[in-house]
Design a protein around this ligand. Sequence first.
Ligand SMILES: C[S@@+](CC[C@H](N)C(=O)[O-])C[C@H]1O[C@@H](n2cnc3c(N)ncnc32)[C@H](O)[C@@H]1O
Length: 418
Amino acid sequence: MKKKDLLDKVINEDARNILEILPNDLTITTTITSPPYFDMKDYGSENQIGYGQSYENYLDDIQKVFNGVYNRTCEAGTLWVIIDTFKRNNQVVTLPFDLSDKLKQIGWLLQDIIIWKKDKTVPWSTNGFMQRKFEYILFFSKTPSYKSNKDSVRVYDTNHLKRWWVKYPERYNPRGKALDEIWEFPIPTQGSWGNKYIKHFCPLPESMVATMIQISSDEGDIVFDPFAGTGTVLSQSAYMKRRYIGLELNPSYVKMFETYLEKTIKDKSLEYDLYKQNNNQIKFEKNILDLRALKYARVLISKIEKESNISDFKILVTKRGDSNIENKLIKVEYNFIGTIDQKIVENILNEITIKPPLSKFGIDPVFKFSNQLELETNKFFGYTKTNTHSYEKNKEIDTKHIRVISEICIDLNENDYL
Ligand SMILES: C[S@@+](CC[C@H](N)C(=O)[O-])C[C@H]1O[C@@H](n2cnc3c(N)ncnc32)[C@H](O)[C@@H]1O
């Protein structure tokens, strides 16, 4: 088939024929799929992979499909496989590992094993004594250097961060916390399809699929699913402005997918656009850098007081933009205000700024010294030497108690977080 006839469609074809179906000039960026879990479920079509097959034949067919996927994937491309173990003859069959061995033989490089923690899975076919709570997500790449928009899926929603980020901003990446290997996404229990549909097909959670698409592709890239089922991967790709191609053996699922997409595309695409506009990641980054800039001054004060008997000074903090120095994120000016011995302070600064903790703040500091400074007091916020995350509300900035002054306004209470 021609590339243009395949794009943005689910084709009712056998995934084993992938190399005949997808032409040479078609390059997939990422494949996200959950293949049949051996013979655990009958998907109602003749010739289906899994149901009615021996385990060996099943694994060989799966290998054939992923070999085709490998051949049609770009060099920087990736593959996500959602799969689970099951029990046979009173013992666990390690399908995720058997499958991953087959994929490694093709050339796929296993990059990560992720645990998808969900409320429930298909129960053991024979008695197990523990509740089943997770499935595996295997993440492969075609080459060692693969597309990965890791920064865009960092956790920066402060409701999901522990309160430490308020007091220890230097320990948090300004773009947010990296995803960990355990992903918590409940399986869909309601939706436009109704519970009966959900129960039968166990579709993947849309937000989990969205995370994978976001990590592994950009708008306009091709996302593929050789075992499309209800088409969650493909509809989500459409909402996120990716091109998509799916294969599915059962024609009634293809029809269901098309109806579902038609019903949802408008609202879900709008949701995606809104998500992109309200990019709170930028706000989080600013917050972390502001907190770091102010805390840096507080640490300077306590170190200088410890190393000398100088204590009658304040520091005026002014952000001066990005830094060009490697590993430094922002340039910040620290103006020491007071009658202090500049030489002594400079010597201390030379020593302490190249060592942790200060060297870890990502700050490229510029130091200045002023005996006195006339400040338009209503433009500035004052902080104490023990707290630079909430400004002092009822004190003038020239009171002794205030040691750090800045136009940066921060008013956070760590108890508001977890
Ligand atoms: C686990 S389900 C996929 C579920 C899907 N990820 C979702 O969110 O709904 C596996 C699907 O593979 C399909 N299938 C089985 N053998 C196939 C083959 N040889 N070619 C294409 N599709 C096949 C089944 O009909 C079934 O819909």
